[in-house]
Structure formats: C-alpha cells, structure tokens
Design a binder for this molecule. Structure first.
Ligand code: UGY
Ligand code: MN
Length: 249
C-alpha cells in the first residue's frame, strides 16, 4: 500500500541548477574496489557535477580491496567511526571528524577496523605551473573557525586557504541559530554540501527548502544560493568548492 502523503512529504528535488537529496532516498551502490562497503552516490557527472561525492558505509573489517590509483585527487571526511588510511608510504588513523587529501595519481588504501561512515570526494586535478599538493591529514577540532562577514557565522578551511596548488576547497561552515547570509550568492564555483548538524532553510535558484542534518545538496555554477539557520542549536555543513583556477572562454 502506498503510505499516505509519501509523495508530498518527499524533499528530494533535481533541477539543472541544484539537487537536494535527503539521505533516506539515496539508493545503495556496490563499488567493485571496496569490500563490505555500501556507497550512496550524492553527486556525479550524470547530474551535471564535475566531481563525484558519495557517502561510504563501511562494515567492520571492510575497506578497499587493494590500492586505488585512478589518476584523480581525493578527499575523505570521517562522519562516524574510524579508518586506517594508507597514502603512498604514509599511514594515518582518521577518527571521527578526521579528514585527508590524496593528490592525483597517489595510491591509497582504506581499512575500517570498526564500522565507519565517510564522505568521499573525487575529481580530476587541474595542474598549473606550481608543484601539486602533497598528501594532507587533519582533524576538524584542530582547524580554527574564522569569523565570517556575518556575526555568528564561521568557516573552518580544512585545506590551506592561500595555496593555489589546490584546485579545491573543503570548508566547514557553521551558523548560530537565526543567522543567515548577508546576500544571495551567485558564483562560478560549484558546490557539494553535506549537512553535518542542525537545520535551516536553503534558497536555491528561486526555490526554498527545509534542510537538515544528513541532507546533501549539489549546486551548479551560478546557482543563486542563500542559507538561513533555523532550529535551537548550531548548524554546520561540509562544503566542497572548486577554486584557484582561471576560466577559459
Ligand atoms: O563559500 C561559499 O561559496 C559559501 N558561502 N556558499 C554556501 O555556503 N552556499
Ligand atoms: Mn557558495
């Protein structure tokens, strides 16, 4: 039997300018290079994105079946649990809120001793005439929140802000209740946004959506965007953005 109001209660929406994908609606994928792992693909070229973002749900003892070396650059953020990451000859334990950047062409392996959930982002690296970045490992708590233009809004830059070797930024934006942007943004950069905690109203290309923890939003280049933090607690989201490159006609 069709549950009453199932269609009107769904918040999922796909347009040429953005996608809003609540977690509960994203169907499982199996990735051949990963054992005991379910992937929920959030952004892919199939919706117009120029990057791939997914949620990985790794069971205890799961992870990559061998080194992955696909020529792409990668970013991992641990939402829950912990993983052992090997990048070339470096090893790191990433616990909850830990993250890693893997440069293009550098082989990596992931193993989860206990169940873990991660965000995995990958894209083609745009080389310029400076050396490519080295592998990088970090922890959210070690990154100082910088005050934004609006009081009560903060940004943690997980990757170095002033290093043009990076062609991507991954930031955590946090907002106190009642805080909202001071203007409607439009920009050439695209976004992958994962709601880490809290809730709010997202304005996207003329539409307004209630959003909450675990939602994913893809924003195409130039998608008009505005966030209003609602609820009683702080809201934070993980935000991918392509940066530091010239534009070709
Ligand atoms: O950095 C940004 O573009 C950011 N302010 N956008 C967003 O949160 N939608
Ligand atoms: Mn933006």
């Amino acid at each position: 039997m069709l549950p009453p109001s199932i269609l009107s209660r769904s918040r999922a929406k796909l347009t040429p300018y953005y996608a809003l994908l609540p977690a509960e609606g994203i169907v499982k994928s199996t990735l051949p290079a990963w054992a005991k792992t379910v992937a929920r693909v959030q952004a892919a070229p199939q919706i117009g994105a120029r990057f791939v973002q997914m949620l990985l749900e790794i069971e205890e003892g799961g992870g990559t079946r061998g080194p992955i070396s696909d020529g792409l650059e990668h970013f991992f953020y641990v939402l829950h649990g912990a993983v052992d990451l090997r990048v070339d000859d470096q090893r790191a334990q990433l616990s909850q809120e830990g993250y890693a950047y893997v440069p293009a062409g550098v082989p990596f392996e992931v193993q989860a001793a206990t169940a873990a959930r991660l965000i995995w982002l990958k894209r083609r690296y745009e080389q310029i005439d400076v050396p490519a970045p080295a592998p990088l490992f970090g922890q959210r708590a070690d990154v100082t929140p910088r005050p934004g233009d609006v009081e009560g809004a903060f940004t943690q830059h997980l990757l170095p802000l002033d290093d043009v070797a990076f062609d991507m930024a991954v930031n955590i934006l946090s907002f106190r209740p009642g805080i909202y942007f001071d203007f409607v943004e439009t920009h050439i950069m695209e976004h992958g946004l994962y709601m880490l905690e809290g809730q709010g109203i997202y304005y996207l290309a003329g539409d307004q959506h209630e959003v909450q923890s675990t939602d994913f939003i893809w924003m195409a280049p130039y998608c008009p965007q505005f966030f209003f933090c609602t609820g009683w607690g702080e809201t934070a989201y993980l935000l991918y953005k392509d940066v530091n490159r010239d534009v070709q006609p």
